[in-house]
Design a protein around this ligand. Structure first.
Ligand SMILES: [Zn+2]
Length: 294
């Protein structure tokens, strides 16, 4: 039996996109509910990585607690979603990761086992911190040249937003071009790189909105053939609708132009392809355990 996981990187409007704190964040409510409807339809659990600071809001905390109770895995996506996390000092990385770690443990009743860094920004120092905090696995490696156009596009989309220039502060440029495509160990932490095909084209759901769905499904199928520890990375914006947002506020996300019904269709097609490949969908921590290098 082969396995796969569905990894929901919960980039919230509040913390990842800097919306005002008084705004009820649909990423935790109606948008999340669309994802759960799909999980029920195909009978699987997500691995959801939350930004720690979002848990300061009791209504968000309540939602995350319910997701954990329902069997979804809750992982750590840092405290403040700083795009240069991997390049920061050890003390600063430790403080950020630990802060989110404690908030998640307090919310769900158990410590998170997995981590994904904002903007896949990683470094050796970050791995020493994850190791010290007892993380079983990390999913922050992006071994693909696709990162270069993604960075360019992000900078363009967020023109004038200083926070996004931090994405350029990173120590892992070589990993992007030459990093391992298979499972590896760093400081005792199992690392599951983002799936790529043999031309190092990374496969995650958002890319379909940029390269077209026909090409994207071909990429997905080749990654399903080539990558053992396969997981499919998705984001709230993949099922976000214009009506979720305050019409007066500009959101720099190009995929808002696609109607919601079409977005649901694309995500369901991707999940059907994963299931049709014969894989069973399990959580990321189960996947990491199955592929752990001993
Ligand atoms: Zn993020």
């Amino acid at each position: 039996m082969q396995y796969a996981a569905i990894s929901l990187n919960l980039d919230s409007l509040g913390e990842a996109y800097g919306w005002p704190s008084g705004y009820p964040d649909p990423s935790f409510f109606q948008i999340a509910d669309r994802f759960f409807q799909i999980a029920r339809k195909y009978d699987f659990k997500y691995s959801i990585y939350v930004v720690g600071k979002d848990l300061e809001k009791p209504e968000n905390r309540e939602r995350v607690r319910a997701w954990a109770r329902d069997g979804h895995e809750i992982g750590n996506h840092s405290w403040l979603h700083q795009m240069d996390l991997g390049a920061m000092s050890r003390a600063a990385i430790y403080e950020d990761v630990k802060h989110a770690h404690d908030a998640i443990a307090e919310t769900t009743g158990s410590a998170p086992r997995g981590f994904i860094s904002p903007a896949w920004n990683t470094s050796r120092t970050l791995y020493t911190v994850l190791s010290e905090l007892g993380y079983e696995y990390d999913t922050s490696i992006f071994p693909s040249w696709i990162m270069f156009p993604v960075i360019a596009k992000n900078l363009y989309n967020h023109l004038g937003n200083k926070k996004f220039f931090a994405i350029l502060k990173r120590k892992d440029w070589l990993t992007l071009a030459f990093g391992t495509r298979g499972v590896c160990q760093k400081q005792g932490v199992t690392v599951l790189p983002l799936p790529t095909n043999r031309f190092r084209v990374a496969c995650w759901h958002t890319l379909g909105f940029m390269i077209g769905w026909k090409r994207h499904l071909q990429l997905l199928k080749s990654c399903l053939r080539e990558i053992d520890a396969f997981y499919y990375l998705i984001h709230p914006a993949d099922l976000m609708d214009r009506r979720d947002l305050d019409p007066g506020r500009k959101v720099p996300l190009e995929r808002l132009g696609t109607p919601l019904e079409e977005k649901i269709h694309h995500l369901e097609r991707a999940i059907e392809n994963i299931l049709q490949s014969g894989r069973k969908i399990i959580t990321m921590s189960e996947l990491a355990r199955r592929h752990k290098i001993i």
